[in-house]
Design a protein around this ligand. Structure first.
Ligand SMILES: Cc1cc2nc3c(=O)[nH]c(=O)nc-3n(C[C@H](O)[C@H](O)[C@H](O)COP(=O)(O)OP(=O)(O)OC[C@H]3O[C@@H](n4cnc5c(N)ncnc54)[C@H](O)[C@@H]3O)c2cc1C
Ligand code: SF4
Ligand code: SF4
Length: 1011
């Protein structure tokens, strides 16, 4: 196991004056956090000695001095989405993502911005949008990748052919050097014009000295010396990729510096060009000044060229490139097929016609749609003339965004391949000139055939860089050897085409070993000179770019390691096993997006901005836990600690490209924990919600007296471990079941004298008139009025509503990890309902989290002999809104049955609804009244998440999550705007957080019904 104890470094000397966070000792939280930082988005894994989250520049300086004194390396880390192991190593991982995230200055007139390295690229562009500006370079990870990381890797993305790379837009870098001094790397004055009181260098260039330290002056002098040497110039020109290769990220960018004025080029000399792509090995970046571009033209159109073979798509790419598109990107059939079953991306397949072997996505932009159509038309005419492609849909707006999302999700999606043979990042970043791409890819196909591996192909065709991901089993010695052999053979091929080993992802510890081969020993020696010059003691990210360890060492998986059989209560066979599900996490970091770019995953991270609170952290911990052959008390407690702030919102089940379902794994883990350690009192109390409510409902006034009185409630909350400020749901004076039972056949008071259900003659005996209501535990005891309105509404609309015999949903057991109890409930409910429920007599639920257990957990809880029944039941278990939307579609329910009064509704969706279903039916249902305008609140989780927000230690976080988007949006709404929320916890949270009463959509529709 990779797990090593930290060396005996005297961190206690550092920690008293360190203002940020430092994790280094052998306590459970520290060990857990070190484990989380042992990986990034690559296949590597190595335990860091410590993890630091510096808060100030002085903190970083202290780390530099500490590292120098104790001969340890610092690994600068931003979002940790590197694919080549750049931020993995046996040093101190220095995470700047939490405290270095400020935008310092925007100069809209001069088109630049100054930022700290922890600013997220998409968040930056969100702020810049009102100025009509943007930072161009983008990665598929742009909603979490940070400027420091983008500089480190010289990142770029699908628009690189028009928006360039990070290096192209880096104006200045402020950084700490290895001696702890601060240096500004900026353009130097042009040839012959001394500035800053500097001296005139041998190249005739102004070398500033006055305010520079010895090291800084030495850096300038020696770099000039290296580059002024004609032999070196020839070596660089001959060994770097040929000029038409635009993606060139291998080694240090000495070739970029040669383009500057002192060496016969036209550009300013600017050492920040060298810092871009240096992977944290030269200095520690604390600020960057970035050039900004105007926003893209108003109209963007995306032609999706459907091709019958990969080769055809690359020929089409060459044709498309003649028309200077903004982007030209490829997705192969392999990736497209993964979208078919994916919860989220299957909705994005609308533009795919037939079964293309490859799809080339070519984007054009102009001020008007007609211009874009003309550009696209010209390309399509050319393509058809050459017999390339068979369908060419042109998409705009939201449709093109959805198509792009399929392309961007490629890397994550292919991680859904079952089995241990998985696509690996290895040769995905190799680039050649666009004109060489078809031939190179054909040759590469032969290399892969020689090694007997399949691969997926996608991404930057227009830039000569296809992400080719061979399928290799890194869990075997054979796979580990193949891993290296494929890269070695590809490097030979790249030399033939004078291409680049890395185009945008960087060398890291993956490709570093092959730099001497690619660049030749002489250029490699120059790289070592550069490294020695900046960092003679190797304190910055040792072992990357130069002196890299063998590329197939320190892998995540130990070859031929025997995996234990893990007994689980849930059936994990669809994901192969619980370990395999945890292993699906590729480290892509999609779970690090913020509320600015939206989504549900992952609410705890959005609130705290700490890596430890991401889905990735939880998946990593579970992977360690279930891989370890000897789980003991300490790794069990570490895992529990990292899982603690998971709200079980299920955001990850749909939004994680690999569908890493932490909520299911957390429940399973807790069950095994309880098996050994017993169930805590509070967990038992919450899980037994139904029993508590049943008892309390015998004397509802007594319960309401205690929990309706603030002082008594605060005491009671404290006793059971709830936060004193949290209000409790009140009990109704009857249960829904009792009310429903006793009213039949009596008239209902809420029907204003009208009788209970009386089917209209034309409906009597007709199809679809009888339905079953799932009387969930929350509606039965607390939200009884909503249940009553649901029944009355359905009856008024002509349906017969029956509450069948069933038990509670099991949601409270699942949320507390009492999976064995939930299993009993699932078996009972499926047994009771399987013969009643059908397509014509569906089961309708009011509370999303309860009815959706039929569609989610029950399927993995019931034994084999009930699986088919459970599956059939799941297909006919509908949320209320889904049923109404279905009936609208079959024209059984009509708008004229509802008011024409205008109203605005702001809708907050329940997390489980978003993850397992969709909000479209809710919008449809609420739009039945013709003048109701329904707008979605762009919120993620409300923060309550069942019992989570009640619990003393989780209350603060729960409110922080609410404050991200939901509370501020609700507070901004005028009183006449209706707040809608189908979830009982969400309505409660909205009340506690804003004082506003949110309504279930059922209540809104009931009130809108014409009498
Ligand atoms: C699914 C997926 C898709 C991707 N798609 C693309 C793509 O389209 N284009 C692309 O270019 N990349 C892509 N990448 C790779 C990666 O996302 C980018 O390289 C990204 O810019 C890295 O940013 P980060 O914030 O995660 O940096 P990290 O991974 O944390 O760090 C990257 C490098 O920068 C260094 N660094 C970070 N902060 C500092 C600092 N303050 N001072 C000095 N050095 C520092 C680190 O040491 C490291 O070497 C993809 C990755 C994944 C997982
Ligand atoms: S949990 Fe999912 S989204 Fe997060 S890093 Fe892992 S694969 Fe990516
Ligand atoms: S269930 Fe929700 S809180 Fe838990 S890891 Fe997934 S997205 Fe995050």
């Amino acid at each position: 196991m990779f797990y090593v104890s930290n060396t005996q470094l005297p961190f206690e000397q550092l920690s008293p004056t360190f203002e940020g966070e430092l994790y280094f000792d052998n306590s459970i939280p520290h060990q857990a956090i070190r484990k989380l930082y042992a990986t990034d988005a690559s296949v590597y894994q190595e335990m860091p000695v410590a993890v630091a989250l510096p808060r100030t520049i002085q903190d970083i300086q202290k780390l530099i001095h500490f590292a120098t004194e104790h001969d340890i390396t610092l690994i600068p880390r931003a979002a940790g989405t590197s694919l080549a192991g750049q931020v993995v190593g046996n040093g101190i991982v220095v995470d700047i993502s939490k405290y270095f995230d400020k935008i310092l200055e925007i100069n809209a007139q001069e088109h630049w911005v100054r930022v700290q390295p922890g600013v997220i690229r998409d968040d930056l562009n969100f702020i810049l949008k009102p100025y009509g500006l943007m930072f161009g370079p983008e990665t598929s990870t742009a909603n979490r990748a940070m400027i420091g990381g983008m500089i480190g890797n010289n990142s770029c993305g699908l628009h690189s052919i028009s928006w360039g790379t990070t290096r192209d837009h880096l104006l200045e870098v402020k950084a700490l050097l290895s001696d702890g001094s601060e240096m500004m790397f900026s353009p130097l004055a042009p040839r012959g014009v001394p500035s800053n009181g500097g001296t005139k260098g041998s190249s005739g260039f102004a070398i500033p000295t006055r305010e520079y330290s010895d090291l800084q002056s030495e850096i300038y002098s020696e770099i000039f010396e290296i580059l002024s040497n004609p032999d070196n110039q020839i070596k660089i020109q001959e060994n770097f990729p040929k000029k038409t290769v635009t993606r060139r990220n291998t080694g240090y960018a000495l070739d970029a510096l040669l383009k500057s004025a002192p060496f016969g080029g036209t550009e300013d000399f600017n050492l920040s060009k060298l810092i871009a792509g240096s992977e944290g090995t030269l200095c520690f970046i604390t600020e960057a000044k970035l050039n900004l571009l105007p926003l893209p033209p108003a109209e963007l159109g995306l032609i999706c060229i459907h091709c019958s073979s990969l080769h055809e798509s690359l020929l089409a790419n060459a044709v498309a490139m003649k028309y200077q598109p903004l982007a030209s990107e490829l997705v192969d059939k392999y990736i497209m097929d993964f979208t078919k079953e994916h919860n989220e991306y299957r909705h994005n397949r609308f533009f795919i016609e037939g079964d293309p072997a490859a799809m080339l996505m070519v984007e054009f932009g102009a001020e008007t749609r007609a211009e874009v159509e003309a550009m696209a038309g010209a390309v399509v005419t050319d393509l058809t003339a050459q017999g390339l492609g068979y369908a060419y849909p042109l998409l705009f707006g939201d449709e093109s965004k959805k198509a792009w999302d399929v392309r961007k999700a490629g890397l994550g999606l292919i991680r859904n391949l079952p089995g241990d043979t998985q696509p690996v990042n290895l040769i995905e970043d190799c680039a050649v000139a666009v004109e060489d791409l078809p031939e190179y890819i054909a040759d590469l196909g032969e290399v892969l055939q020689k090694h007997n591996v399949h691969a997926s192909y996608y991404a930057h065709a227009g830039a000569g860089e296809l992400h080719v991901e061979p399928m290799v089993n890194l869990k075997t010695s054979e796979g580990k050897a193949k891993f290296r052999a494929i890269l070695a053979d590809t490097a030979v091929l790249l030399k033939k085409y004078n291409g680049s080993l890395s185009g945008e992802h960087g060398d890291g510890r993956l490709r570093g070993e092959f730099i001497p081969f690619m660049m030749g020993e002489e250029v490699y020696a120059l790289f070592r000179e550069v490294k020695n010059l900046f960092d003679p003691k190797g304190i910055f990210n040792r072992g990357k770019i130069v002196d890299t360890p063998p590329m197939n060492e320190f892998l995540r998986y130990q070859p031929d390691q025997v995996t234990l059989k893990i007994d689980t209560v849930f059936d994990f066979s669809n994901q192969e096993s619980i370990l395999r599900l945890a292993e699906k996490c590729s480290g892509s970091g999609d779970c690090r997006k913020t509320q600015v770019t939206g989504g549900t995953m992952c609410p705890s991270y959005m609130a705290t901005l700490r890596e430890r609170d991401t889905t990735r952290a939880r998946a990593n911990m579970l992977r360690h836990f279930y891989t370890d052959s000897t789980p003991d008390a300490s790794n069990t407690e570490e895992t529990k600690e990292i899982l603690d702030l998971c709200l079980s919102c299920k955001g990850c089940k749909s939004e994680c490209p690999s569908s890493v379902d932490i909520s299911k794994m957390k429940a399973e883990f807790l069950q095994s924990y309880y098996d050994k350690n017993g169930v805590p009192f509070r967990s038992r109390l919450i899980a037994n919600f139904s029993q508590q409510m049943r008892l309390a409902s015998l004397v509802p006034w007594g319960y309401n007296l205690v929990f309706g009185n603030e002082s008594l409630r605060r005491i009671a909350n404290k006793v059971v471990g709830f936060h004193p400020d949290r209000t409790m749901p009140m009990l109704h004076n009857t249960t829904l079941r009792a009310w429903h039972k006793q009213r039949k056949p009596h008239p209902s008071p809420l029907l204003s004298g009208e009788g209970a259900f009386t089917p209209s003659p034309e409906r009597r005996g007709g199809k679809g008139e009888r339905l079953y209501l799932f009387c969930d535990e929350f509606t039965n005891y607390n939200d009884v009025e909503i249940g009553q309105k649901a029944i009355l509404l359905l009856e008024k609309l002509g349906y017969e509503v029956i509450i069948p015999e069933h038990t509670e949903s099991g949601r409270t057991y699942l949320s507390k990890g009492l999976v064995k109890e939930a299993k009993k409930i699932a078996i009972q409910n499926v047994g009771l309902l399987k013969d009643l429920i059908s397509d014509e007599t569906p089961l309708i639920g009011i509370e999303p989290s309860a009815i959706l257990t039929f569609r989610d957990e029950y399927l993995d809880l019931v034994p084999a002999d009930l699986k088919i029944d459970a599956l059939r039941l799941s297909k006919n278990a509908l949320q209320f809104d889904e049923f109404i939307a279905r009936e609208i579609d079959t024209k059984r329910i009509h708008s004229p049955q509802f008011t024409v009064e205008p109203k605005t509704i702001k809708l907050h969706g329940h997390c489980h609804q978003k993850a397992l279903a969709s909000l479209t039916p809710t919008k449809k249902m609420l739009s039945l009244p013709s003048n109701y305008s329904v707008q979605l609140i762009p919120s993620g989780c409300c923060g309550m998440a069942g019992s989570f927000g009640y619990e003393r230690e989780h209350y603060e976080l729960s409110m922080q999550v609410g404050e991200l988007v939901l509370f501020p949006t609700v507070r901004q709404q005028p009183e006449d705007v209706i707040i809608a929320a189908p979830g009982t916890s969400c309505r409660h949270q909205i009340k506690d957080g804003t004082g506003r009463k949110a309504k279930h959509p059922i209540e809104i529709l009931w009130e809108a019904l014409k009498s």
